[in-house]
Design a protein around this ligand. Structure first.
Ligand code: FAD
Length: 442
């Protein structure tokens, strides 16, 4: 083992269910990577990681080495006329926006947190609220540099099979040294937005279909604790870039922070129900058009640093599935009925449609249909049993689960959702692995 892997540091992911000891390397310069990789072997595989915003165990390698890529965060080039940006894989989307926005450019698509690295965005082929227009992040990636533990280095472009294995490849095909992607032009940093209320989730689908024809960004918050006539009531938000206005980027620092783990009792069914209800009423008060900076619209949760501590020491799971159009409406209704009946508290859930774009990667999560994402506080077996019930609904609806959010699915559930999994296995670098990969590889 190379000296640059420090012994035994406790590392956890965003959901904080697993806290495990890892040997960590923190390279600062790209020329350190070949030396680190040459120390790895299939007997002691490593995992590259970014800002650890994945929720479960796809960014953990308990007992083994991890390569924290966040020190490699330099911008290599930006073409101000085409919007093509090349940067080291540890650069965060937040840092990229500080440079792009004043020059009139924006990320082609962005997840709901800007504290995600370019490497992480590629390895999970992340999606945003504009999937129906732009597809996933991988669709705008023009080149990547990949290093493998056999000592080989590859500059890859769309069309190369190893490129498509690496997009959504969960960090298992090699270490991404840098990423080049095409940004999109924006006229201002503001969005023209509007909210529309629906009193039952069945009404979401027509509202969303209409919003997709006119808006670049759409998503719905739903209250997954309300049942009966108000099952999955919610608010659909939609927005498009405002044609005029300033190009001022977001402020880097979150305004609020969770300083300590919330004690378990603070987050029970009653408090979540109260929170959902207040949130719903607040949103309802301003149903109709408004103008907003991109930050609160695209990154509402980034306002509170470490909000994941709200779930207490035992952490939480996120459950995110996508169901195809033919089964989405009935499937989502069934999922929400089971969740409401379980009484297991979850904060507001998110519902969003994916467009019919060809997948950018062999294991890309997005496929045409509707995606539902929600959190469950970890209360042990009851939580796991509930999610196993949800898995059965997702599988019979022909859907799949998002590895970036997962920390527990069995191999069979993963395999059923990803038809290109067998092809993908052929591109895995045997000197790399993760807790997720070992679990789903049986
Ligand atoms: C509040 C919040 C909202 C979110 N919203 C969304 C959303 O809307 N859409 C969405 O798609 N996701 C969303 N996510 C998930 C997040 O976008 C992904 O988990 C993302 O991959 C995290 O990137 P990261 O830099 O934190 O990487 P990590 O979580 O540390 O790692 C993620 C994966 O990338 C691999 N990896 C990281 N760096 C490299 C590298 N240099 N080379 C090779 N592999 C690498 C790791 O091995 C791992 O498999 C959200 C997460 C949070 C916390």
């Amino acid at each position: 083992m190379a000296e640059s892997f420090l012994p035994s540091e406790t590392v956890t992911s965003w959901g904080r269910v697993v806290r495990a000891s890892h040997r960590v390397a923190r390279p600062r310069f790209a020329d350190e990577l070949p030396g680190l990789l040459s120390a790895l072997s299939p007997a002691d595989p490593a995992l590259p990681i970014g800002l650890r915003r994945s929720y479960g165990d796809s960014n953990l390698n308990p007992g083994g080495p991890i390569i924290d890529m966040t020190g490699l965060d330099r911008v290599i080039s930006i073409d101000r006329t085409t919007g093509v940006m090349r940067a080291e894989a540890g650069l965060s989307l937040s840092q990229a926006l500080q440079l792009l926005v004043p020059a009139g450019w924006f990320l082609p698509t962005t997840p709901g947190s800007r504290f995600v690295t370019l490497g992480g965005a590629v390895a999970n082929d992340v999606h945003g609220k504009n999937h129906h227009r732009a597809g996933s992040f991988g669709a705008s990636v023009t080149r990547i540099k990949l290093l493998r533990t056999d000592g080989s280095a590859h500059e890859l472009a769309p069309g190369d099979p190893l490129f498509h294995a690496t997009i959504g490849g969960l960090g298992l095909t090699g270490i991404i040294e840098w990423v080049e992607f095409r940004a999109i032009p924006i006229p201002s940093a503001q969005l023209d937005a509007q909210d529309a209320e629906f009193s039952h989730v069945r009404d979401y689908f027509d509202l969303a279909a209409e919003a997709h024809t006119r808006a670049e960004h759409t998503m719905a918050w739903i209250d997954c604790l309300s049942g009966g006539a108000h099952l999955g009531r919610g608010i659909l938000s939609s927005a498009s870039w405002r044609s005029h206005g300033d190009l001022v980027p977001h402020r880097e620092d979150p305004k609020l922070a969770m300083p300590i783990d919330a004690p378990g009792f603070t987050l029970n069914g009653m408090t979540v129900r109260a929170f959902n209800s207040v949130f719903h009423d607040l949103k309802r008060m301003r149903v109709g058009p408004y103008t907003t900076h991109y930050e609160p619209f695209l990154y509402p949760l980034d306002k509170i640093a470490n909000w994941n501590r709200l779930y207490g020491r035992d952490g939480f799971y996120q459950y995110q599935c996508v169901l195809p159009p033919a089964t989405a409406r009935d499937g989502v209704i069934e999922l929400l009925k089971v969740i409401a009946a379980s009484g297991q508290a979850s904060f507001l859930a998110v519902l969003k449609d994916f467009g019919a774009h060809p997948p950018a990667g062999l294991l890309s999560f997005p496929m045409e249909g509707t995606t539902l994402a929600l959190d469950f506080r970890n209360i042990g077996t009851r939580t796991l049993d509930l999610m196993a019930d949800l898995d059965r609904i997702v599988l019979s609806a022909g859907g799949r689960l998002y590895p970036a959010k997962d920390g527990r699915i069995p191999a069979a559930v993963f395999e059923a959702g990803f038809p290109k999994l067998q092809d993908f296995r052929g591109y895995v670098d045997r000197g790399l692995s993760s807790a997720f990969w070992r679990r789903v590889s049986g």
